[in-house]
Design a protein around this ligand. Structure first.
Ligand code: GAL
Length: 434
């Protein structure tokens, strides 16, 4: 037993080391060579690490903007960018898990509000942020829905950085205009457009599901279209049947979507798929609005180079992905770390970060009139549409359930066996009731 454990920990350590090495290639790290946690390096500068999976396009620029912004205020504190590549975060989460368990926490880490963040509380790895909320008046500026996603038993464990809308289609304006195509409102429109584009040798739907999370996102859109926000959210209570005509129909829609994707999808990540749209090779991408941050980082112009529309049948829904910052127990230099956390929740940081990220600020007191045209519309949509939590965003379900869904989706993408997918969902259901 002991031997097995030692073997398992060595394999995990090796995996984590590999991931950290891969991640640092892509991250715009402020200090790539230092992976230590918070420390004073002897030169009077205190180092604090921030762990995230923001390594490409707008997300990396957004992170760097807040690191630089804080650096200007606090020149004696160096923020070490410990981002780990891999969209959707599974690599970064594996590193986080091992560091929390190994007593080597970063000072601050990215997680997604809801189960993804709060699961770390079970191991007593999180510090309550209630005092920081009081000191900074955050209860008055963050929306209740978002605070609730970061709260367990009255203790708040996350500082929400943003609100992303997940249910979006991003399309190449030039391809649409050249082919006289209007953005789809229904899946019938979507498949008609996809046929037209495919017959002209254009990839209709860009996909990069190296991390199966991005295929799960497509399945999520098919489910939302079929069920609507309320019945979709009810699925995560664990009391609903997954073997229904509507869910089978969503599986069929999902399968049809896959017929229109690029052949090399399994070797690409989300930003590579976004690149196919940016470079006029593919017409559409179904992705959260970090894609708009990505297109802006490529200097593409909204409504000239790229356009957007809600995923079919979801125009009244705002499917939320929320990134929040957690504060682990056992962080050295707590005073400096808390200063950094306070900065991340400030109006200044949230404005800088979200303009580049493609999301809207989680704070409601920020004037977004300087934000992109897309973000201004998203800010209105957040106020007016029906809010629900994204499955692929890791908020409404335990991580164990989501990883079973990702596995089942991954198998479905190659085997296209609806019964197998439905059975896997049924089997995973017990994880929702725990
Ligand atoms: C999501 C995250 C976003 C974005 C995206 C791609 O999980 O919430 O902030 O970064 O992954 O990496």
């Amino acid at each position: 037993m002991k031997l097995k454990l030692i073997y398992a920990s060595s394999v995990l350590l090796l995996f984590v080391l590999l991931l950290t090495a891969c991640g640092s290639d892509e991250s715009n790290s402020a200090n790539q060579n230092d992976n230590s946690d918070s420390e004073n390096n002897g030169s009077g500068t205190t180092e604090l690490e921030i762990l995230s999976w923001w390594t490409s396009g707008g997300e990396a620029e957004a992170l760097n903007a807040v690191i630089d912004g804080f650096g200007e205020e606090e020149p004696n504190i160096e923020i070490v960018n410990a981002a780990v590549a891999g969209g959707g975060g599974s690599n970064s989460q594996a590193v986080l898990s091992s560091r929390l368990q190994g007593g080597e926490p970063p000072a601050v880490f990215q997680a997604q509000g809801g189960f993804d963040l709060l699961r770390w509380q079970e191991g007593d790895y999180l510090q309550s942020l209630n005092d920081l909320y009081e000191e900074n008046g955050w209860r008055d500026v963050f929306p209740e829905t978002i605070i609730d996603m970061n709260t367990i038993d009255g203790e708040i464990y996350g500082i929400p950085m943003n609100v992303h809308r997940n249910n979006m289609i991003w399309y190449n304006k030039k391809i649409f205009d050249d082919n006289g195509i209007e953005p789809p409102k229904t899946f019938a429109d979507f498949f008609e457009i996809a046929d037209t584009l495919q017959s002209k040798g254009i990839i209709p739907l860009a996909l990069g599901d190296q991390n199966p999370r991005w295929s799960t996102l497509l399945f999520e859109m098919a489910l939302l279209n079929e069920l609507g926000a309320e019945d979709f959210s009810a699925l995560w209570t664990g009391n609903e049947d997954f073997d229904t005509a509507k869910i089978r129909s969503a599986v069929n829609t999902f399968s049809r979507m896959l017929d229109y994707t690029n052949e090399n999808h399994s070797s690409l990540d989300w930003q590579d798929a976004a690149d196919l749209v940016a470079s006029d090779e593919a017409a559409m991408l179904i992705m959260g609005d970090w894609a708009s941050g990505f297109f802006m980082s490529r200097d593409l112009v909204a409504n000239e180079d790229f356009g957007w529309v809600a995923a079919p049948g979801t125009e009244d829904i705002f499917n939320i992905v929320n990134d929040s910052m957690g504060y682990p127990t056992g962080v050295e230099n707590a005073e400096e770390a808390e200063g950094f956390l306070a900065y991340l929740g400030s109006a200044e940081a949230q404005a800088e970060f979200n303009q580049l990220k493609g999301s809207i600020p989680a704070r409601t007191d920020i004037d977004v009139s300087d934000f992109s045209e897309y973000s201004q519309s998203a800010a209105e949509d957040f106020k007016n549409l029906e809010l629900n939590l994204s499955l692929a965003g890791g908020s409404p379900v335990p991580a164990g359930f989501l990883s079973r869904v990702d596995d089942a989706i991954n198998t479905f993408v190659t085997q296209r066996d609806p019964d197998m997918l439905i059975n896997s969902l049924e089997e995973a259901k017990s994880l929702l009731q725990e």
